[in-house]
Each structure stands twice: as C-alpha cells, then as structure tokens.
Design a protein around this ligand. Structure first.
Ligand code: ADP
Ligand code: MG
Length: 264
C-alpha cells in the first residue's frame, strides 16, 4: 500500500557552513502492507513528521520513490498530488488544524468539498460515528480537546481514505480522551485501513502491528507485535491502570509476545 524506496528529504542548514544540508530523511526505505498499522517513534527531530508529510503528499522528497496504492507520487504534478491526497489520505494531527470559525459539521463538509461535493447528511452521520452528533453546530473553541480530535477523525474518514496518517494524535489529550481516540483508530484498523501513527508513548505504539524507531532520518530499530487486537488492547488498558494507580512510579514495561529485530 505504501512503499518508500531510497527516499531522502534535505533542508538547507542555515546554522551550518554555507551549502550544508540537514537530512531529515536519509536514504529511507519502507514497505507498509495494506491494512497494516505502523507506529513511528524516535526522538524529536528524527524525521517522523517529515515522513508523515511525504506519505501524505504534503511534501515531496529530494530524491527517491514514493508509491501509494500503486501510484508513484514522488514525480507527479502538484495538481495530481492534491488529487491523490484527497482520494487516498485521511489526516489526524496533534494540533487538530480545524478551521476556527467553522462549526464541526462545516469543517467536515469542507473536506467533502475538496474531495468532490458536500453532503450534509453524510457529514452528520460521520459526527454520529464519533459520538458528536449533538456538537455538530459548535465551533472548535466550544469543544474540548478530545472532542476536537474526534471531529478530526470524522473529517479524516469522510472521504473513505485507504490510508490514515496520525501525527501524535493523542499528544494533547487526557487519558480518557486518549482512550476514545485510540479506540477509534483501532476500529479503522479493523475496517482494513492502513494506519501510520507517530507517537512518543511505547504503550500506545504497542497497539500497532509494527513499531519503527527513527534516528537521524534512518530506521534504527523495528519491532513486530504479534498479539491479537483485543489481547493487545487489554494489555494497553492494564498498563494505563497501572500508570494511574502509580502516578510517580515507573510504568511496568509491557511484556507482550513480540519478536525484535535490529535493522541493518
Ligand atoms: P520529528 O517530527 O521527528 O520531530 P521532523 O521531521 O519535524 O522531526 O524534522 C526532522 C529534521 O528536519 C529536523 O532536524 C528539523 O529541524 C528539520 N526540518 C523539518 N522541517 C524543516 C523545514 N521546513 N525547514 C528546515 N528544516 C526542517
Ligand atoms: Mg514531529
């Protein structure tokens, strides 16, 4: 579904000597299967958002190939890139990026408009699926963080994308809303969508099928999780409970069955 081959994305490094380049992604290759849920981890500045933006057709690589659902998006025109993004990708960002003067419903209808045409009934149903039908006519400032993120998920899904990209989707949420948002992501996974999720939380990462650790724009390590969905979620809930009952203690390290492999 997603294939990156020898992808580099460089930025000019102003602080360094003239002509220096920061390699946000450095000769990076990755295959994500259809229906796979990938968690991307790594320190700040390791290239996680760059990767999400490239897969999401918000940016183009300096070199390399990016294939989405059989289409090479590294070499197509900006107009085509917009079409691929509207047709295939749903975004959920940490900062929500809702239009502040539009209601929840209108924010979703705007995404419909960019894809094809608006359909108010369909937009309302999307809000209902995330439990927010009663909030349809509220603007973002009248919604809690968790509610805003659920509007974002409804917006991400309105055009039925095959790929969902989530850049720290629970980074700004409390524990309760984090659980609601992660349950929604799990539903998307069960529906067979391909998910790429950036997270700082190893417990959240364990919900995915595979965890990829980035360092300096390269894959430093990978881990494949093999637990069944329901089992995995129970494990995550146990860890959350432990964390809540031991606010200052160290969270028990998750102990599921997985195999670990170092990337070369
Ligand atoms: P992460 O999301 O893992 O924190 P990013 O992908 O945002 O990392 O950034 C990777 C590297 O690329 C960092 O060194 C960052 O400073 C640099 N970078 C990202 N975007 C830009 C940009 N638009 N201009 C210049 N440098 C950038
Ligand atoms: Mg980032």
């Amino acid at each position: 579904m997603i294939k990156l081959k020898n992808v580099s994305r460089g930025y000019p490094a102003r602080a360094e000597a003239k002509g220096g380049v920061i390699r946000a992604l450095d000769n990076f290759s990755l295959n994500v299967d259809s229906g796979e849920w990938i968690a991307i981890m790594g320190p700040s500045g390791s290239g996680k958002s760059t990767l999400v933006n490239l897969i999401g057709c918000l940016d183009r690589p300096t070199s390399g190939e990016i294939w989405l659902d059989g289409e090479d998006v590294a070499s197509i025109s900006p107009g085509e890139l917009n079409r691929v993004r509207a047709e295939k990708i749903g975004f959920v960002f940490q900062q929500f990026h809702l239009i502040p003067y539009l209601t929840a419903l209108e924010n979703i209808m705007l995404a419909q408009y960019f894809h094809s045409m608006t359909d108010e009934q369909e937009a309302l149903e999307a809000l209902e699926r995330v439990g927010l039908k009663e909030r349809a006519h509220h603007v973002p400032s009248q919604l809690s963080g968790g509610e805003q993120q659920r509007v974002c998920i409804a917006r991400a899904l309105i055009n039925d994308p095959k790929i969902v990209l989530a850049d720290e989707p629970t980074g700004n949420l409390d524990a309760m809303n984090e659980e609601i948002v992660l349950r929604l992501l799990r539903e998307l996974h069960q529906q067979g969508r391909t998910i790429v999720m950036v997270t700082h939380d190893p417990v959240v990462a364990r919900l995915a099928d595979r965890r990829i650790e980035l360092h300096h724009g390269k894959i430093a390590a990978q881990e494949v999780f093999t637990m069944a969905d329901e089992e995995q979620f129970e494990e995550v809930r146990r860890t959350w409970r432990d964390r809540r009952s031991r606010p200052h203690g160290s969270a028990r390290s998750a102990t599921g069955k997985y195999r670990s492999r170092k990337n070369d």
